[in-house]
Design a protein around this ligand. Sequence first.
Ligand code: ADP
Ligand code: MG
Length: 234
Amino acid sequence: MDAKALRSNPADTLELVDPRVVSLTDPSGAAAEQFRMLHLRLDRARENRPISVVALTSAVSGEGKSITAANLAACAARRGRRAALVDCDFRRPAVARLFGVDSSDGLSSLLAGKTKLAQSLRKGPFGLDILPAGENPEDPGSLFAGRSFTALLEELRGGHEEIYLDLPPILPFADALVAAGTADGVVVVVRNGGTPAEQVGEAVNALAGLPLLGCVLTACGEGAAAYRKYYARK
Ligand SMILES: Nc1ncnc2c1ncn2[C@@H]1O[C@H](COP(=O)(O)OP(=O)(O)O)[C@@H](O)[C@H]1O
Ligand SMILES: [Mg+2]
């Protein structure tokens, strides 16, 4: 294992992690394998151009952005990358709970100049840096458009190879679009059988001009697991 992966002892923090962060809680399972594949695909995209900041968004809420972002960040940390996960969804923050870290302050207090990055980051398993959302500010869109968010991303880029932004959904809120504009790559999460195709299309159209990396389909059942069993038998 890469020395960087040993920066924190996973046993200290793993028991606090939500079981849905399968990349940490069930790394040998079929779902974790899918997230590893997704992470490898991002690496493939990185061969063409540098991609440090990856934003995850979706058309509407409840499509699986937070779980996907948490697992991608966890994959990166497990592979010894210096990785950070930033919760940008002030209305429905999820990241602190997923990793069992203190949610009392975070991105909003940082952007308001009340705290410094070094004090705001929480340490997760395998050295993953976690920045919770913090209090819901009045106008998140203007916060993301402001210089302090750009400066924060620059500071994060300085200390991290991979930064994952867990954004709000695109269709109901302007702030998601503003925040997506700061990323090197945007991933659209789509809930299988959940979101009408027109809404997915609308979301993708809204992101026009941004560096779209692709879509991730969630809630796909056990198809991949069945394939793995078949493969193992051969
Ligand atoms: N890949 C997945 N397969 C099945 N269910 C999922 C998946 N990802 C997330 N979920 C479930 O979908 C719901 C919403 O997930 P969440 O990540 O909080 O969505 P969002 O951040 O887009 O609002 C949760 O109940 C979560 O357990
Ligand atoms: Mg979420």
